[in-house]
Write a protein that binds this ligand. Sequence first.
Ligand code: B12
Length: 214
Amino acid sequence: MSDEKYQAISKAVTEGEDIQTGELVKAALDASLPPLEILQKGVVDGITKAGELWKANQYFLPDVILSADAFKVGMEVLDPELKNTQTGPSRGKYIIGVVEGDMHDLGKSLVVALLTSAGFEVVDLGIDVPMDKFVEAVKTHQPTIVGLGAYMTTTMLIMKDIIKELSNQGLRNNVKVMVGGVPTSQEFSDEVGADAWGRDALDAMQKALTLVGG
Ligand code: B12
């Protein structure tokens, strides 16, 4: 029964049916299905399938844009529920942003939602964030963790430069760095000198909690 609901959400996202996605997510919440499961098995599954169709040349860019819009509507409905699950004390400040030249924001938005639900005070710098803006934000906000997202092989290498610049400016010892995004891996994370890699939003949240000793 719940699997059917998740599949329907996933299909609506893949097909870019934004209004239907919102309605189905709301119905799943009304049926008391867990928000995190709705997210993973419904909304995220749907955009992943759109990505697979794109890779197989069965979807084109406009199709994926519609899927992304439906994904966002689903997230909007889920967001307050995810935040409601927040318990306990603040876990400290977490600055997050997508590196320069990269406009993908769905994965980051998911990470933001889960970090917030875990009690982090998240400062979201958005997409296409120049290196200087990351460095300035670390100086201004003095976060416990800074998270860098990159979703393309052409933008991921900038992460190394940002981490180097944090060191050059004497900021690296006071902040933990996490990296994430489709082309990244644990190996890549080690290579660029990050403190942790987040495979997905849940993993990112768990590793962030580990970094702050929680
Ligand atoms: C949706 C999508 C788009 C949408 C983006 C909409 C939006 N608002 O974000 C649109 C259609 C606009 C788009 C545009 C483009 N895209 Co695109 N896109 C995708 C697609 C299909 C899915 C990405 C996504 O949202 N996944 C769902 C989220 C939930 O997953 P995620 O991003 O992996 O995030 C999770 C983890 O990585 C992790 N995580 C994410 N961020 C962070 C951050 C931190 C700090 C941590 C710890 C963890 C973490 O947690 C997240 C949640 O679980 C991928 C294919 C794929 N396999 O990923 C291609 C893909 C990333 N795109 C690609 C390309 C080429 C492009 C374009 C250049 C296409 C074009 N010709 O214009 C443009 C780029 C524009 C730009 N400059 O950025 C390529 C990149 C190839 C490469 N070089 O590496 C991919 C891989 C598709 C492909 N197979 O070719 N894209």
